[in-house]
Design a protein. Structure first.
Length: 394
């Protein structure tokens, strides 16, 4: 499967290179017409930039086209280049930037709901861009200028592949957009999971930096920006599995927060959905599955790779396990003396149900994360005041 996918990507990239090479022949175009290589490079750069930040990218690109078009011709521009879209889009991006500018000054209780709203906006704008924006931008591969350049190339003409280019490029463009969007959206998920404002600011600065290199690079040197965009697409493809699992985990968290999942969730002995908190055998971190006991009483974790492939199972070794109570979400931990090792991450819908969850599995409970820190401070204060100290060992 992967070999065929790499072959498709390689063919598409070769087509881009051939078109760009054909565009270097000055006699193939009028002086007032854009070179086919420039059109292709601009399309690759635009798709990559919008995938990193869909709302900002589509709004900025639409505003750019609106200002570069004569007033009498603006009514013929596509929807993303109309003022009714790019003005509210950029205004919303500005509001998010003001929220981020607050940094540590914004209370966590207020910041997390805003981060949830931003992640939800990124999902919606990404779906809209993939279905309605990318095909319009990718249609440059079927333009008359590009098709003439391809047809004028001896290799493509001899193989009769000029018509095949237009058929392949739109789905390849959507695929490229999807993998880059997944990598960019993973930053939103990390921000949602992270409890530290400084980490959030660093992640958003990194994403803004990547977007600026693509967007500004398109004005400085179109060819260099296209090559950089192709490199980002390749890196995003390599990170696609990790980004997909993180997106699934973040989406579950958002859904539980928005729908108050803890008010309608009850632990079930038949199986409880959770995410791996660390790599376990061949299953990578944040793999989603269900943990239950089999007929022999063993703990078995059942999951599907990419949520669609054939189910696989992992049997947990015998040990001392507990349900960890946290502020935003709980965990399933392995206890070894005073050491706690997180094995699974519980979705927020199980918040306040940790005791019931522990009874289902026959475990105890403990504090994890920030609550564990609070518990340690509380024990220290009680012992300092002479209350609740640990008895001396016999």
């Amino acid at each position: 499967m992967k070999k065929h996918l790499w072959l498709l990507i390689a063919l598409a990239l070769c087509a881009v290179i051939v078109v760009a090479h054909a565009a270097t022949k000055p006699a193939a175009k009028p002086a007032t017409q854009a070179a086919p290589g420039a059109e292709v490079a601009q399309a690759v750069t635009t798709i990559t930039g919008v995938a990193i930040s869909p709302l900002l990218g589509a709004g900025a690109y639409g505003a750019f086209k609106w200002f570069r078009t004569e007033e009498s011709q603006r009514k013929n521009l596509p929807w993303f280049a109309q003022a009714w879209f790019w003005l509210p889009a950029l205004a919303l991006v500005g509001a998010v930037a003001l929220k981020d500018a607050g940094g540590v000054a914004v209370p966590t209780a207020l910041k997390k709901p805003l981060d949830v709203a931003e992640a939800l906006e990124n999902k919606v704008s990404g779906l809209v861009a993939a279905g309605a924006f990318v095909p319009i931008v990718a249609s440059v591969f079927g333009s008359e200028t590009v098709q003439q350049a391809v047809a004028g190339n001896a290799l493509f003409a001899s193989l009769g592949l000029s018509s095949l280019l237009n058929v392949l490029m739109v789905p390849v463009a959507v695929f490229a957009f999807a993998v880059v969007w997944l990598a960019g959206h993973a930053i939103n998920m990390l921000i949602l999971i992270s409890p530290f404002a400084t980490v959030d600011a660093a992640l958003k600065s990194f994403r803004t930096f990547l977007f600026s290199t693509v967007f500004v690079g398109g004005f400085v040197n179109e060819t260099a920006a296209a090559v950089w965009s192709l490199l980002l697409i390749l890196v995003s493809y390599c990170l696609a599995g990790w980004a997909f699992r993180l997106t699934v985990c973040g989406t579950q968290f958002i859904w539980d927060y928005l729908t108050f999942g803890r008010t309608r969730c009850r632990p079930d002995a038949a199986g409880i959905g959770m995410f791996l908190a660390r790599k376990f055998e061949k299953a990578p971190i944040r793999t989603y599955g269900r943990l239950a006991r089999n007929a022999a009483g063993e703990l078995v974790f059942t999951y599907r790779p990419w949520l669609l492939l054939a189910p696989r199972t992992l049997t947990l070794p015998k040990g001392n396990y507990a349900v960890g109570k946290g502020i935003f979400h709980g965990e399933v931990v392995a206890l070894e003396g005073e050491e706690k090792t997180a094995l699974f991450t519980l979705p927020p819908r199980y918040n306040t149900h940790e005791d019931e969850l522990a009874r289902v599995y026959g475990w105890g409970t403990t504090e994890v994360g920030i609550l564990a820190g609070f518990a340690a401070i509380g024990r220290f204060i009680r012992e300092l005041c002479g209350f609740g100290g640990r008895p001396a060992a016999a």
